[in-house]
Design a protein around this ligand. Structure first.
Ligand SMILES: C=C(N)C(=O)O
Length: 128
């Protein structure tokens, strides 16, 4: 059975999607952009700051689902500019320092609201 995950600790969806969905075993998050839970867009900040906000949002959603960084199996990182890879990666590594998840990182060109990075994840959850 599909269940929608929703938390005020991450920004509300900016379109027709849920912050995350789960079937009790797997959790799929929406791509998280650098927007604060209050709705402030950090699109003018550097990529380290944008990556941190995106991952803070992701962690809040995982927490709401009863999961954490260690439960993440796969992430996808979308960058507006692949030249930002190193800066993104340095911040990213501070969230996933032990047995990090599989990851794809791609240059996506334009991202929603003109941000520099968007990050989504698939995690395992254990809803009994
Ligand atoms: C920001 C998004 N995740 C979206 O527009 O799909």
């Amino acid at each position: 059975m599909k269940r929608v995950i929703e938390t005020d600790e991450a920004p509300a969806a900016v379109g027709a999607y849920s912050q995350a969905t789960t079937n009790g075993s797997l959790l799929f998050t929406a791509g998280q952009i650098p927007m604060t839970p209050e709705g402030e867009l950090l699109d003018d900040e550097d990529i380290a700051t944008q990556t941190k906000q995106s991952l803070d949002n992701l962690m809040a959603i995982l927490d709401e689902a009863g999961a954490d960084a260690s439960d993440v199996m796969k992430t996808t990182v979308f960058l507006a500019d692949i030249d930002d890879f190193s800066e993104m990666n340095e911040t990213y590594a501070t969230y996933f320092d032990d047995e990090p998840p599989a990851r794809s990182a791609v240059q996506a060109g334009n991202l929603p609201k003109g941000v520099g990075v968007e990050i989504e994840a698939i995690a395992v959850v254990d809803e009994e």
